[in-house]
Design a protein around this ligand. Structure first.
Ligand SMILES: NCc1[nH]cc(CCC(=O)O)c1CC(=O)O
Length: 315
């Protein structure tokens, strides 16, 4: 695969947070290696997202995941960039038809890391757990109804600083983000046996314009098929649930010998109601995620269902 010379330098759009920049650099390095490009053949273009400007309120309250994608989408449409690098966890379930996720990089550690206590059981009675993620709040309250969940936003470093300043006693962060920032040795990763991650956690996705054949072909060289299968199954589950960043959905996919296993939990935001389910289906069976979604909603009853259908169009 070689790109036509007039397409160089490639412009990779990214948010400017340290985590976003680390992910863009990883993408650039992989693309450069796969396409045998020189140092200066790929340019990183920083785009300020509204989610980065508004730091004081929970994301779910101020407009959802579009706050991370809107400005990058616009830059793609206006041809200011050729591709956009995203944490796929933060990318809305329904995307504009004109864009395509042309590459999914090898997925990193999918686990959440608990910081401030050695285990969930060891968190002191009544402790303040800082998180703005509905899934983390609901999983925590489900396991520990006695703790107090308080909103905690900001980038990874900000959240760690707020913990160090005792604004909260405990927090949860993605292992993938910590690792990409070189923050190893922080906290304890929670086993996926009893603490499921968010859909697409730990996965980096690269979008480009659907009609940009050259860019699609270039990005295909760094696409990791098993990671794509897993992440797309999790996004399909989210879509079938009408899920958004308001919905406490925890899910993990494993894939072996053409069989996909999707394990998921839906919760009410206060953690009081919870339904778990697992479904195995063939990798060619595009309806597997929707069947698991229907099963979870049926068994979860009205306490669960109202957090899904009711918010189906929130983003
Ligand atoms: N919600 C913000 C966000 N989006 C992606 C990551 C980490 C990297 C990833 O999960 O891919 C994080 C931080 C966190 O949840 O700790």
């Amino acid at each position: 695969m070689t790109l036509p010379p007039h397409r160089l330098p490639l412009r990779l759009g990214t948010r400017r947070s340290p985590l976003a920049m680390a992910q863009a650099e990883e993408t650039r390095d992989r693309l450069r290696a796969a396409l045998d490009l020189s140092e200066d053949a790929i340019e990183l273009v920083q785009v300020i997202a509204s989610g980065d400007r508004i730091q004081d309120r929970p994301l779910a309250e101020i407009g959802g995941k579009a706050l991370w994608t809107r400005e990058l989408d616009q830059a793609l449409f206006e041809r200011r960039i050729d591709a956009a690098v995203h944490s796929l966890k933060d990318v809305e379930t329904f995307r504009p038809d004109e864009l395509v996720i042309a590459a999914v990089l090898p997925r990193a550690d999918v686990r959440d890391v608990l910081i401030g206590a050695a285990t969930v059981a060891a968190i002191p009675q009544g402790a303040r757990v800082g998180t703005s993620a509905p899934r983390r709040a609901a999983l925590m309250l489900n396991a520990r109804p006695d703790v107090e969940v308080v909103s905690l936003r900001g980038n990874v470093a900000t959240r760690l600083a707020k913990l160090a300043a005792s604004e909260v006693d405990v927090t949860l962060l993605a292992a993938a983000g910590l690792a990409r920032l070189g923050e190893t040795g922080v906290g304890t990763p929670l086993s996926t046996e009893d603490w499921l991650p968010a859909p697409a956690q730990g996965a980096i996705g690269i979008e480009c314009r659907a009609d940009d054949e050259a860019m699609r072909a270039a990005l295909a060289t760094i696409d990791h098929a098993p990671s794509r299968t897993a992440v797309m199954a999790e996004r399909a589950l989210l879509a079938a649930l009408g899920g958004s960043c308001h919905s406490p959905i925890a899910v993990l996919t494993s894939c072996e010998d053409g069989t996909v296993t999707l394990r998921a939990a839906l919760l009410s935001p206060d953690g009081a109601a919870r339904v778990d389910g697992t479904l195995e289906f063939s990798i060619d069976d595009a309806d597997g995620p929707a069947r698991l979604a229907a099963d979870l909603l049926t068994r979860g009853g009205p306490e669960i269902a109202r957090w899904f259908h009711a918010h189906a169009n929130d983003g």
